[in-house]
Design a protein around this ligand. Structure first.
Ligand SMILES: Cc1ncc(COP(=O)(O)O)c(C=O)c1O
Length: 374
C-alpha cells in the first residue's frame, strides 16, 4: 500500500502513479527463517542460479581487487574483448550491462515512446512487460501454442495490427524451458521490427541465434552472467547487436553501469572455460537424472527442457498448495499464478542432493494429499 498525502501526488508521472507496485521475491535468508530453516540447508531451486557458484579464479580476482576508489571502465573494454572471443561477435557489437534486467530496461528505453506497443509471447519472462509498463508503453501478449512454441501467424498478425515497436522472444523460454526455433524467429525478423532474443539460458541448450546478426540488423541478442557463470549476485549481462543499435544504446546507458567487481568477476569467469564446461556438464546430467526421477515418481510431470530449470505439471493440478508445502520442507521452487502455467511448478536444476531432497519432500507430502482426496 502506497501512502498518500505528501502533497506530491500531482508531481509523479501519471503512468507511474497507476503502476501496480512490484512485489520483489523474498531474499533466501528471510524466506528460510520464516519457515524456521537454516538458509545453508535448503534446496534453493527457485531462481535458476548456478548452485556451484563461479570459478575459483573469480574469487581470487575479487580478493585481489584494487582501485576501488576509482570509477570502473565505462565501456568495459577488457570484458567486451573477452565476450567477443566467447561469443564470436566483434566487440563493437557488444554492450555490457548490470545484468540482463538492466539491458531489458535499456532496450525498452531505446525503442519505446509512451503509448508504443511491445509484444511478448506468453507465458514468458515477466520483465519484458513490466519494464514496458514502467516506460508508459503498451504490452501485447500473444499466447504460445500447445507445445509452448511461438505462434508465428498470430504474432505476425498482432505485430501489424498493433504497430508493434519491439518483440521479445526468450530462447530457451523462461518458464517453459523450450527453445525458439529458427522457423519461429526468422519470419519475425523478416518484418524489420526490432526482435530481442533473450538467450539468458543459451549455454544449456547449445543453440544461439548469433549467426543471424550479420543478416538481420534488427536482431538483438541478450545474455547474462547470472546463470551458467554463477554471478547472479554481481549483476552482469550483455547485448550482441548491430553496431548502430549498440551506438544508440551507448548514448542512453548510464556511464558506470557495471561495477568494477562485476567486470573483473565476469572476465575471470569467461577466462575459466574449463570450469564453465564442467558446471554445464554437471547441470546437464543432473537435468537428465531429475527428469527420469520425476517421471518415475509421477507426482510432477516434467515438460522437455533446454534450460537449467524444468517446468512440471503438478498431478491433480494443485501447484499452489504444493509450492507452499515444499517451502515448509525447505525446498524452494517457483509457482506462477498465470494462465497455462498455474497448475505447474518451475524447478531449477540444482545439485544431486537438491534433486534428492525435492523428491523426498514430494513423496513425504504425497500421503497427506492422498488422505485429502479420500
Ligand atoms: C529469461 C531471463 N532473462 C533475463 C533474466 C535476468 O537476468 P539478470 O540476472 O542478468 O538480470 C532472467 C533471470 O532470471 C531470465 O530468466
Amino acid at each position: 500500500m502506497i501512502e498518500q498525502g505528501s502533497g506530491l501526488e500531482s508531481y509523479f508521472r501519471r503512468h507511474v502513479r497507476e503502476l501496480q507496485p512490484y512485489v520483489p521475491p523474498e531474499a533466501l535468508e528471510i524466506l528460510a527463517r520464516r519457515h524456521g530453516l537454516d538458509p545453508d540447508h535448503v534446496a534453493k531451486l527457485d531462481f535458476n542460479e548456478n548452485p556451484y557458484g563461479p570459478s575459483p579464479l573469480v574469487l581470487e580476482a575479487l580478493a585481489n581487487l584494487r582501485h576501488l576508489h576509482l570509477y570502473p571502465d565505462p565501456v568495459a573494454g577488457e570484458l567486451r574483448a573477452e565476450v567477443s572471443d566467447y561469443a564470436d561477435v566483434d566487440s563493437d557489437r557488444i554492450l555490457v550491462g548490470a545484468g540482463a534486467d538492466e539491458i531489458i530496461s535499456l532496450l525498452v528505453h531505446l525503442f519505446v515512446e509512451p503509448g508504443d506497443a511491445v509484444l511478448d509471447v506468453t507465458p514468458t519472462y515477466s520483465m519484458y512487460g513490466g519494464v514496458t509498463l514502467q516506460n508508459a508503453g503498451r504490452v501485447v501478449h500473444v499466447p504460445r501454442g500447445d507445445r509452448f512454441e511461438v505462434d508465428v501467424p498470430a504474432t505476425l498478425e498482432a505485430m501489424e495490427r498493433e504497430r508493434v515497436k519491439m518483440v521479445w522472444v526468450c530462447s530457451p523460454n523462461n518458464p517453459t524451458g523450450n527453445l525458439a526455433t529458427e522457423a519461429e524467429v526468422l519470419p519475425l525478423l523478416e518484418t524489420g521490427v526490432p526482435v530481442v532474443v533473450d538467450e539468458a539460458y543459451h549455454e544449456f541448450s547449445g543453440h544461439t541465434f548469433a549467426r543471424f546478426l550479420d543478416k538481420y540488423p534488427n536482431l538483438i541478442i541478450m545474455r547474462t552472467f547470472s546463470k551458467l557463470a554463477g554471478l547472479a549476485g554481481l549483476r552482469v549481462g550483455y547485448v550482441l547487436a548491430n553496431e548502430e543499435v549498440i551506438a544508440h544504446a551507448n548514448k542512453i546507458k548510464l556511464p558506470f553501469n557495471v561495477t568494477l567487481a562485476g567486470q573483473v568477476a565476469a572476465l575471470a569467469a569467461l577466462r575459466d572455460r574449463e570450469r564453465l564446461r564442467a558446471n554445464l556438464q554437471a547441470l546437464l546430467s543432473e537435468r537428465e537424472r531429475m527428469v527420469a526421477l520425476l517421471r518415475e515418481q509421477g507426482e510432477l510431470k516434467p515438460y522437455p527442457s533446454d534450460a537449467n530449470f524444468i517446468l512440471c505439471e503438478a498431478r491433480g493440478g494443485n501447484a499452489k498448495a504444493l509450492h507452499a508445502q515444499l517451502a515448509g520442507e525447505g525446498v524452494f521452487v517457483r509457482y506462477f499464478p498465470k494462465p497455462r502455467i498455474d497448475t505447474c511448478l518451475r524447478i531449477s536444476v540444482g545439485r544431486p542432493q537438491d534433486t534428492d531432497r525435492l523428491l523426498a519432500a514430494v513423496s513425504r507430502l504425497r500421503p497427506a494429499k492422498e488422505a485429502v482426496r479420500v
